[in-house]
Design a protein around this ligand. Sequence first.
Ligand SMILES: Cc1cc2nc3c(=O)[nH]c(=O)nc-3n(C[C@H](O)[C@H](O)[C@H](O)COP(=O)(O)OP(=O)(O)OC[C@H]3O[C@@H](n4cnc5c(N)ncnc54)[C@H](O)[C@@H]3O)c2cc1C
Ligand SMILES: NC(=O)c1ccc[n+]([C@@H]2O[C@H](COP(=O)([O-])OP(=O)(O)OC[C@H]3O[C@@H](n4cnc5c(N)ncnc54)[C@H](O)[C@@H]3O)[C@@H](O)[C@H]2O)c1
Length: 478
Amino acid sequence: MSKHYDVLVIGTGPAGQKGAIQAAKLGRKVGIIEKSPVVGGVQVNTGTIPSKALREAVVTLTGADKRNLLGASYRAKKDVTIADLASFSQQIIRHEWELIGSQFERNHVELIWGHARFVGPNEIEVLTKDGPERVTADSFLVAVGTRPARPDHIPFNPHNILTSDELLHLDRIPRTMIVVGGGVIGSEYACIMATLGVRVTLVEGRHQVLGFLDQEIAGTFQYFMRQKGITLRLGEKVESIAEIDAETDISGRPNSGPAKLVQAQLESGKTLRAEVLLYAVGRQGVCGELGLDKVGIEFDDRERLHVNEHYQTNVPHVYAAGDVIGFPALASTSMEQGRRAVCHACGVCDTRDYNTKLFPFGIYAVPEISMLGKTEEQLTDEGIPYEAGIAHYREIARAKLLGDELGMMKLLIHQETHELLGIHIIGAEATELIHVGQAVMALGGKVEFFIDNVFNFPTLAECYKVAAYNGLNKLNHV
Ligand SMILES: Cc1cc2nc3c(=O)[nH]c(=O)nc-3n(C[C@H](O)[C@H](O)[C@H](O)COP(=O)(O)OP(=O)(O)OC[C@H]3O[C@@H](n4cnc5c(N)ncnc54)[C@H](O)[C@@H]3O)c2cc1C
Ligand SMILES: NC(=O)c1ccc[n+]([C@@H]2O[C@H](COP(=O)([O-])OP(=O)(O)OC[C@H]3O[C@@H](n4cnc5c(N)ncnc54)[C@H](O)[C@@H]3O)[C@@H](O)[C@H]2O)c1
């Protein structure tokens, strides 16, 4: 007979993990199914944590963050090797596996290893290493995430034409690299690799990297990228990609590098060559292999599921959360969605009290970028009158102590009500700093909060005070 659960979760990424623990805390009998040999999903194994660990290792080991203080030639470690970087990341990933495993154990969440597939409205078949097993449940949370897009016309291979999954397994640090796609993945890895000394060319189809950013911040970021030696090919599309023998370079001179190179032909006629190419133009769902037809659930052409405000699919006892439901597809929002979905499934709370509109973006490029609320362009399009208050890191003592004199914070302030409409930060600790402003915005606070309260000194949070004064001075014509 099949084992029965109150709640069955498919996928141990952030949406599944938090959903499962939430259901257990509500006293439900919970099972969670994972097809990969390790827990944690993209967040722990191929995405968020590995890329952030790599960034941290690169910035720390190269000493890049201390060069403004200690001189341009400062190096924390003379020759950074791939082994240095890998051991740093592995340590963090192992810790995350242990943490998630012990959370499941302590909360009596039963972990079932194998590939899950619906065989009926309330029944799943799990293909375990010992053969198929059937499990049933009252409610389901589909949290299966996504995988990198791998179009058929790109000749991917594990050593030089890579997605973000394979990039983590490079066996050496290349001298040159082409990054296709200036979204979050492309921009973060381009900066990390350039900080490591790799000569990077980034190709982006639009005329700006990170198209969703406030344009002033994107412009500043592009300036920083170029200062790092990254060549930006904006408004350019890749026509074809091929691995080639590399006896000569583009100008016909003998090549002293590796025997194989990657060649990218752009639609504009340009030819780019590099040792490695990262293809990062978005991600693709994995719903096609879930047997959803057995439940009557449809998915779109990118294999994503549509859900209502309670995270229910068109079949009410089957919920979905995380990357599988599309935008914003972040670890941070996935966790929250998983919890909310399960709360609704258990009938204990209303998902409508969750501030879905006000979530921050944190981009772990070098430097960090973070944003919350509207951009200047959105406010202008919507006809909302605003003023911008700016603080430059060069005026902030803490930023000087950290060796970051290039960062900035911009507050967008409603001209009449003085409410905060948007916060945009580029520079050290941007992803932490944003949450001070988030609290003020979420509680409906006005820019005067930063004037009327004392801040620790020296802190980067002083930026809020400086930006608030700057914005109010402009509004008061002083
Ligand atoms: C390079 C990179 C960097 C990122 N950096 C950040 C960041 O800095 N901050 C941020 O907020 N977000 C970041 N993200 C996004 C973040 O990783 C994802 O939003 C998040 O992991 C999605 O969580 P999820 O639970 O929906 O799915 P996933 O993390 O994708 O987990 C899904 C799990 O389901 C399992 N699964 C799939 N199908 C089945 C099946 N049929 N049976 C059993 N198990 C199955 C998979 O094996 C996997 O373990 C990054 C992503 C990438 C790729
Ligand atoms: N810090 C973070 O929060 C973080 C970090 C990494 C990834 N992620 C998540 O991972 C997901 C995937 O990121 P991504 O960067 O792969 O996708 P994306 O959709 O963010 O960006 C893809 C980029 O590639 C460009 N592009 C598409 N086709 C192209 C072509 N042929 N030539 C040149 N450019 C082309 C697009 O214009 C776009 O800018 C995102 O949803 C993101 O939320 C988040």
